[in-house]
Design a protein around this ligand. Structure first.
Ligand code: ZN
Ligand code: ZN
Length: 348
């Protein structure tokens, strides 16, 4: 149950992952209104049966002519007073805001974003179980890939192989396009699989996720197609050590900025500080990227039940290496949910 903060009397939730989190509704058109006394869910005719089946503990209302106009008509018809209405400002389009302001005369609207996102950071047992199952699917796909010859194939072909393995094993829609970045493209942290043909003796960064009942995992491995130079091997070792340090330090009460700092200092000490330009990690759940944030300056603190990634990387010149795992913060430390081997593996 969502407790409303003292500065609002009601909360309108329009961001679909938050709506799904609160209600279980998996459709693409729904919103939630929480008042101090009741919880309402709004959708339209297309989702009548689905809403009846999925949405529990909310009064379900099907409206016509758009969700927000329908919601406002519903409020007027019942003479429901909202008091100060909190909205998810960063998730609400400007036109929807103007619409609400016009239709809800006399209601003061203020930003109450982030309330549900904050709740979502700590997972319950069922959520952890889904992320665990998604992690197993992704692990298995990487394991299967090892039996295939990747040299001579394009990055896109390898991405498709991985996607088909995961879907065959029961993954839902993938949370993001698979990154397969080979050779010099490995130095692009977000090198979506392209038409480049993978050659022998290169690093290949693969970053992907599976979903189970909407819950994601996120894993990156850097493979090699043949032997790498000693500098490339040093980069790989350094990233692996940084990840290990961070996983060891992840525990309830640990500052996210502090965990990031440990990994970052290790990479800096090895001479690659400038080449680690992104954050150490992020929360994973209904979205592949959610809170908390593990980065310099983050004010987030780890808590038991959070599922996060730990993903240091070094991108320099024509070589990139990233190693990423989805990790559960337990009562005492951290447990990796993705468990595919972290040592440097050679693909054919
Ligand atoms: Zn990733
Ligand atoms: Zn990630």
């Amino acid at each position: 149950m969502t407790a409303l903060p003292a500065n609002i009397d009601s909360l309108l939730v329009t961001y679909q992952p938050n709506v799904r989190y609160l209600t279980g509704f998996t459709g693409s058109c729904g919103c939630v209104l929480i008042t101090r006394r009741r919880r309402y869910f709004f959708s339209d005719f297309r989702y009548r049966d689905q809403a009846a089946k999925e949405v529990k503990d909310f009064a379900v209302n099907l409206v016509r002519g758009g969700l927000l106009p329908g919601l406002c008509r519903f409020l007027r018809a019942r003479r429901l007073k909202l008091g100060t209405l909190g909205v998810e400002s960063s998730r609400l389009s400007h036109s929807d805001f103007l619409l609400l302001r016009r239709l809800l005369k006399g209601v003061s609207i203020r930003d109450a974003g982030g309330i549900i996102e904050k709740q979502r950071q700590v997972k319950n047992g069922q959520e952890v179980d889904r992320i665990r199952r998604a992690s197993s699917i992704a692990d298995a796909a990487l394991e299967k890939l090892r039996r295939y010859k990747v040299t001579g194939r394009t990055e896109k072909e390898v991405a498709w192989l991985l996607e088909s393995f995961m879907r065959q094993d029961g993954s839902g829609p993938l949370p993001f396009d698979i990154i397969v970045a080979s050779g010099p493209r490995s130095a692009m942290p977000h090198g979506i699989a392209g038409d480049r043909v993978i050659n022998k003796g290169e690093p290949v960064v693969i970053d992907m996720g599976a979903t189970v009942d909407g819950y994601c995992c996120d894993i990156t491995r850097t493979f090699a197609t043949g032997s790498l130079s000693s500098r490339q091997q040093k980069i790989y070792r350094t990233v692996g050590e940084a990840q290990e340090l961070a996983i060891q330090a992840a525990e309830p009460g640990a500052a996210c900025a502090g965990v990031d700092k440990l990994a970052r200092e290790h990479i800096t000490a090895a001479g690659f500080g400038e080449a680690f330009g992104h954050s150490l990690g992020h929360g994973v759940g209904l979205e592949a990227h959610e809170g908390p944030l593990l980065a310099p300056g983050s004010v987030d603190t780890l808590a038991s039940g959070m599922t996060i990634t730990i993903e240091p990387g070094i991108y320099t010149g024509r070589t990139g290496v990233r190693i990423e795992d989805t990790v559960l913060v337990t009562g005492t430390g951290a447990e990796a949910l993705t468990v595919f081997p972290r040592r440097l593996l050679i693909l054919k």
